[in-house]
Design a protein around this ligand. Sequence first.
Ligand SMILES: NC(=O)c1ccc[n+]([C@@H]2O[C@H](COP(=O)([O-])OP(=O)(O)OC[C@H]3O[C@@H](n4cnc5c(N)ncnc54)[C@H](O)[C@@H]3O)[C@@H](O)[C@H]2O)c1
Length: 314
Amino acid sequence: MALLPLAVVTGGAGFIGSHTVDKLIATGHRVVVLDNFSTGKRANLAQHAGSDRLSIVECDVSHGIFAGLAAITAKLGPVERIVHLAAQVSVVSSMANPGCDMQINYGGTLHVLEYARAMGVKKVVFASSAAVYGDVVKMPVAEDIPLQPMSPYGINKLASELALDCYASQYGVPTTALRFFNVYGPRQDPTSPYSGVISIFADRARSGRTLTIFGDGKQTRDFVYVGDVVRAIAAALGDGNSRLIANVGTGQAITVKELASTILDLCGGSSTIEHAPARSGEILDSRARVDRLRDQLGVVAETKLVDGLRATLA
Ligand SMILES: NC(=O)c1ccc[n+]([C@@H]2O[C@H](COP(=O)([O-])OP(=O)(O)OC[C@H]3O[C@@H](n4cnc5c(N)ncnc54)[C@H](O)[C@@H]3O)[C@@H](O)[C@H]2O)c1
């Protein structure tokens, strides 16, 4: 019997990574997770305990991935596809320590690409970010506008995209970069100070604590449900679409104020909303243009915010 294709998911113990693992295993892959568990958790993958479809290797991608994968590929055969999600995910940390962000976020990508080049991997899909755009005035944000990242995090995501394109054009490694907007859903860690606003609001609303909005709450965001993000990753992981860069969002935006009241309505608790001074450097508006996602990858982020919020709160 033919072996199932082998995919590597770096950062597979994290929020988006663990949902990606679920999807790949459900669609007939064997998966190797490479993770250093800095923010990821083994509990996020507990649903696959005992499955011969999942292998977990503790590995820091900023030190290279050849050694981490050697023993497992000797046993399971060659890696066919890689989803590269492992990252230092905090914009604030990247401002405090740009060198560290570069080592993990740009250096990690180079190590993944070097492995893909040496081993003839058929596709690398990379988690980029809307942070590559900076503060854009014209909405929705299209992929081909001038890029002005405002943090080392955004710069290293952009540098990674450039490296992907170079490895595709110069070395023939097929690559696709996905620029995620504000991803939310179950398993997002609300205790992290850098976590998405939805998981923080949901956590506070459930326990009756005050929801804090920075500024007037009129800033807008394009919140995309993790299930839709994972469909985009799976579509990009297939053959074709090399050198594609695509936004992953809904194309819709809501204000942070509306978000807070929707979560309070769904929770039905006694929490109140307070305002704190606006945070410097916070962008005002963000909404993805999603034509490429739809036309090139055939994916429409269709989960309604209220349904995604219900799943997250559950
Ligand atoms: N969540 C969002 O809204 C969002 C938006 C844009 C881009 N992204 C990108 O998506 C990817 C996944 O983010 P997430 O929200 O799931 O965050 P997460 O923190 O839950 O996942 C990141 C994972 O990477 C692992 N990791 C970190 N550094 C590592 C290293 N040096 N070596 C190996 N593993 C390492 C962590 O342990 C964790 O499991 C990241 O690349 C992030 O930059 C996320």
